[in-house]
Design a protein around this ligand. Structure first.
Ligand code: UTP
Length: 294
């Protein structure tokens, strides 16, 4: 079955990038000249996804404004033929996909946010893109979510996107027990969220992309909140698929940036600037000159 729906949870508090995320959601922090969440919506559109639900919360209305037409601004740009490219770039954002919004009324974790998508998803498989995980691809590489939906459509199994992480990252994210299944695919047998050093099963962690079937909602509903944080972890629902032999990990191609961290924001901006058609060359020269002074 073709995957045409996606859910982007973007209702987190963004505490690691305060005060930047105090009034501006971290998903709206810019990467050169586009807010981070636009990269996610473009990734979905390039993968043939037509309907996207963004899970927001109080103070994130600016995300809705960004994916809407901006009448006054567009009228202004239309009057100046030299600004035709800008007009197109502003206008096209609103037509990338059918975008819907729903508020997560309490910040109770990623699993809780995804549960809110049940009525939108109905009985279809769907993609999940974490709102602060930006993955840039280059050249011949397919959009990351397409790399995953291709495997889902070929196997009918749920799919998570993974890459090798450092020990510190694995302990912050999750660890997967896997066996090779050919090429860049692995059968997943178990997932442990935020493992201790002794619990690490492999250095593969899930980095912000999944494709799941709608029975995931029943699994989230039966997941107990973490006694320490009160959050419902999504990886526990995924782990139940793994224990039934229904989860494949795809080691995706692409470079991932954590827009929820200060370093991630800076790295994403540097790398996107280096390949930007307008400022790429100038920025490269600037970085080289800067490197000589440090
Ligand atoms: P994170 O754990 O990185 O988000 O969740 P956070 O809570 O904003 O992180 P801190 O405060 O900096 O530590 C990954 C993704 O899941 C969303 C976030 O918006 C982010 O895109 N999320 C997280 C929700 O939508 N709801 C939640 O309750 C938690």
């Amino acid at each position: 079955m073709k995957v045409t729906k996606a859910v982007i949870p973007a209702a987190g508090l963004g505490t690691r990038v305060l005060p930047a995320s105090k009034a501006v959601p971290k998903e709206m922090l810019n990467i050169v000249d586009k807010p981070a969440i636009q990269y996610l919506v473009e990734e979905c559109a390039a993968a043939g996804i037509t309907d996207i639900l963004i899970i927001t919360n109080r103070g994130k209305g600016v995300i809705e404004d960004h994916f809407d037409y901006a009448f006054e601004l567009e009228e202004n740009l239309r009057r100046n033929p030299a600004k035709a490219d800008l007009l197109r770039s502003v206008h096209e954002v609103a037509d990338l996909a059918n975008i819907y919004y729903l508020r997560q009324k309490e910040t109770k974790g990623l699993g809780h946010a995804i549960l809110a998508a049940e009525h939108f998803v109905k009985d279809e498989p769907f993609a999940i893109l974490y709102g602060d995980d930006i993955i840039l691809t280059s050249g011949e590489q397919k959009p990351v979510i397409k790399q995953l939906t291709d495997v889902f459509e070929a196997t009918g199994k749920c799919v998570c996107g993974v890459q090798t992480c450092t020990e510190e990252q694995v302990m912050k994210y999750c660890t997967l027990d896997v066996t090779p299944a050919g090429g860049n695919a692995y059968d997943v047998h178990r997932i442990i969220e935020k493992p201790t050093k002794e619990e690490i099963l492999s250095y593969f962690s899930i980095l912000g992309r999944n494709v799941v079937t709608p029975d995931v909602f029943d699994r989230i509903r039966t997941t107990e909140p973490c006694p320490r944080t009160g959050e419902i972890y999504f990886s526990e629902a995924l782990s139940s698929f793994a224990e039934e032999g229904r989860l494949i990990a795809v080691e995706f191609e692409g470079k991932r940036f954590d827009m929820g961290s200060k370093m991630g924001i800076m790295q994403a901006n540097c790398e996107a600037a280096l390949v930007h058609p307008e400022i790429g060359e100038e920025f490269k020269a600037y970085l080289k000159a800067l490197a000589e002074t440090i």
